[in-house]
Design a protein around this ligand. Structure first.
Ligand code: TXA
Ligand code: MG
Length: 317
């Protein structure tokens, strides 16, 4: 089976027992299925099948050197894929299930397709908390490779309608369980013996990670593609985006934070968690609007605000 590029009709189905069983059957048949996690919607496929993983890259138009996150149903499943060290043990017990991804060495008999790690000796694993994603992994009976369910380089989807707009006609099935709660992608770390490398900031902050495993958290510099969440332009809308604009600008779609006039407010009460959950929907809305550009209010660089600013800086490149 060669990766698909032809048109496929996309079904959007509300998440229930029947749609879950159909989604699991598609996964077992090697097809990609969009499914919500607590962070963003993922495009999931059987991680143990090279052909199924290839369908993900094809649907997204993703550069094949960018490795995927593999989602597991429980810690035991993760242990069959990668080698845990003491820091990984501590982080798993503190934050799993939840929005933390760990990059760890693949076991010699790791059943995950080489394509999912893009040829790297490591694998990114995550135990998500969203009931739909967990039910799908359990029903399919295999770990699921799942990047965000958008075309490569586009804004991540936090609703089924975002997935449909980006991947409609390219994937067969979207499980719709409403908007996601966290709104930005998981924190990605590489736990080591002496330190934890933070590869992508996210909902679990560096402070919480350091406290949970009693190791320093460092941002690696100049690793190139071994940390490709760092690729400059990664979450880009098609319109020019200006950050740190305290006031709306004429002709620009203003994304606000805290009280004040704007086209869409991330959180009128200035709550960063609420802002993260609304971020990508606001970018989608601004991108689809008649305005010629987008401005965004300053976002405090603290807590999950660090992840929000990270995504905004990439979107503005
Ligand atoms: O919240 C999330 O993590 C979402 C949901 C669907 O789970 N998934 C997601 O996947 O954001 P994706 O593929 O868009 O982002 C995966 C990130 C990228 O920055 C990728 O480069 C990094 O994880 N990554 C994956 N495998 C890696 C590896 N072996 N070494 C270093 N970085 C890796
Ligand atoms: Mg993505």
């Amino acid at each position: 089976m060669s990766p698909r590029t032809r048109f496929v009709p996309t079904q959007i189905r509300a998440y229930d027992k029947t749609s879950l069983a159909e989604a699991a059957a598609l996964i077992r048949a090697g097809e990609p299925v969009a499914v919500p996690t607590e962070t963003v919607y993922g495009l999931a496929a059987d991680a143990t099948s090279e052909a199924a993983v290839a369908q993900i890259y094809a649907a997204k138009g993703r550069p094949s050197f960018n490795p995927l996150i593999v989602h597991v149903a429980d810690v035991a499943m993760a242990r069959r894929l990668v080698a845990f060290n003491p820091a990984a043990e501590a982080l798993a017990s503190a934050f799993w299930p939840g929005p933390l991804t760990m990059v760890l060495p693949r076991l010699p008999d790791c059943p995950v397709a080489k394509l999912a790690s893009a040829g790297l000796p490591t694998l990114a694993v995550r135990l998500p908390s969203h009931p739909a994603m967990r039910a799908l992994i359990a029903a399919a009976g295999v770990p699921l490779a799942a990047p965000s369910a958008n075309r490569s380089g586009a804004i991540s989807p936090t609703r089924a309608s975002h997935v449909q707009a980006s991947l409609g006609g390219r994937i067969p099935f979207i499980l719709d369980a409403g908007p996601t709660s966290e709104g930005v992608e998981s924190t990605v770390v590489r736990p080591g013996e002496d330190a934890v490398a933070l590869l992508r900031p996210g909902p679990i902050t560096a402070e919480r990670i350091a406290a949970a495993c009693a190791l320093p958290v460092v941002r690696p510099q100049g690793e190139g593609i071994s940390a490709p969440g760092q690729m400059a332009s990664h979450y880009a809308p098609s319109k020019p985006l200006r950050l740190d604009c305290a006031q709306p600008v004429d002709g620009q779609f203003h994304i606000g934070f805290g009280p004040g006039p704007c086209q869409r407010n991330l959180s009128s009460r200035g709550d960063l968690v609420e802002a993260a959950a609304n971020l990508f929907a606001a970018l989608h809305e601004a991108d689809a609007s008649h305005f010629t550009g987008i401005t965004v209010a300053p976002i405090p660089q603290e807590g999950i605000g660090i992840a929000i600013n990270d995504r905004l800086r990439r979107a503005a490149v």
